[in-house]
Design a protein around this ligand. Sequence first.
Ligand SMILES: O=c1ccn([C@@H]2O[C@H](COP(=O)(O)OP(=O)(O)O[C@H]3O[C@H](CO)[C@@H](O)[C@H](O)[C@H]3O)[C@@H](O)[C@H]2O)c(=O)[nH]1
Length: 451
Amino acid sequence: MEKSNGQRVILFPLPLQGCINPMLQLANILHSRGFSITVIHTRFNAPKASNHPLFTFLQISDGLSESQIKDDPTSNVMSLIAQINVNAESPFRDCLQTILSQESERVSCLIDDCGWLFTQNVAESLNLPRLVLSTFKATFLNAYPILPRIRTKGYLPVSDSKAEDSVLEFPPLLKRDLPRIFGEDGEKLDPFLEIIVDTTMKSSGLLFMSCEELEKESLNLAKETFKVPVFAIGPFHSYFSASSSSLFRQDETCVHWLDNQEEKSVLYVSLGSVVNIKETEFLEIAWGLSNSKQSFLWVVRPGLVSGAEWIEPLSEELVRSLEEKGKIVKWSPQQEVLAHRAVGGFLTHNGWNSTLESICEGVPMICLPGGWDQMLNARFVSDVWRVGVHLEGQIERREIEKAVRLLMLESEGEKIRERMNVLKDEVGRSVKDGGSSYRSIETLTNHILSL
Ligand SMILES: O=c1ccn([C@@H]2O[C@H](COP(=O)(O)OP(=O)(O)O[C@H]3O[C@H](CO)[C@@H](O)[C@H](O)[C@H]3O)[C@@H](O)[C@H]2O)c(=O)[nH]1
């Protein structure tokens, strides 16, 4: 850490793994620039304070009952976040007020997730500047003001003949991606989107875990759309690993298992912390992996398969065949896995963190997005950067086997890998001394000090 600058920043992540990881990376970045850090967090999905001894952690009530928390909370993330957004406002205000009245250091600002709906009002009422962290790609947040229009424009439902058409308002999205962005009750999103756009425009700045090398135009557009200073400060994964903020116990045995595998021979498979799949889809993935005859490390998060505790839908015969070439774990130290010399591909749901981590480690992808921003990230991976193969939603054993073999064995896979190495180097330069994100962090530091 640089010498303390005598100022404190308060951070407030949304209680989801994909939002906690970038917020704690931001905490590390700011701490290295001399800021003291306080993290306010809910009881649900509380980060492990003991992994971050340099920061102060304060827990507030989220108003969720024990049964709500036990009852697979990821099964409806939207409704969960909506509830916490109501329940946590008053405890958050009390907590912030107490910090401001007791803190000996100057509190320069609050930085919280764009998914919090009440924080801008609370911060304003306490005269505290607020900055917003988007844990999505800038291109996706830029679409928030126009998503309601796209939904009602007549693109939905999407006919087969139009599925491959581009969504002109939202490139590089294809019309076939839209149903999985809006889900069944897309109109319910509108009020949230409106509040997020409004509160972001009232904020003192907008941060992205991204860099100019990945999305210069979108970052410029974000400045125009939200009319606030924009800082692209990532991806800092190689400096501050996301592993330290893992909410689940990471199975370290998979790293020892990887140690015994050949260079770039293993496909890593993980669908992140939120996506749920049907049992039939789970079995298709299992057969696809088994039939591909490639080695794999597969994260099956308890709760991933709807209606199942873990891997019980797999027959003994299928487990035996899977174990010949692969290993299944409940949760992995993902960054360490992606950085391992034995890993040669990543079958992913394209959450923004997983997508960035894969790029940082130069691992080409097979895209199986579940919904929301993942649809857009997957299009960038397959159609724009061309560093992955898109399954186009076909969770079907032959398609999976074909994609795995293409990526891991064929010359087309080799070309994808070469492009990924180029992208990895470009993105890697952004966070090095003098790179675009490095400079953006300097500007951000000065901005915070000037608030
Ligand atoms: O076995 C595992 C699997 C994942 N991870 C980590 O968990 C995070 C997962 O984040 P992400 O890839 O973004 O996926 P989600 O957990 O699904 O993230 C949610 O939040 C993201 C950021 O807002 C969005 O991009 C996603 O669509 C949304 O589902 C990453 O840092 C991974 O390294 C592990 O440590 N071990």
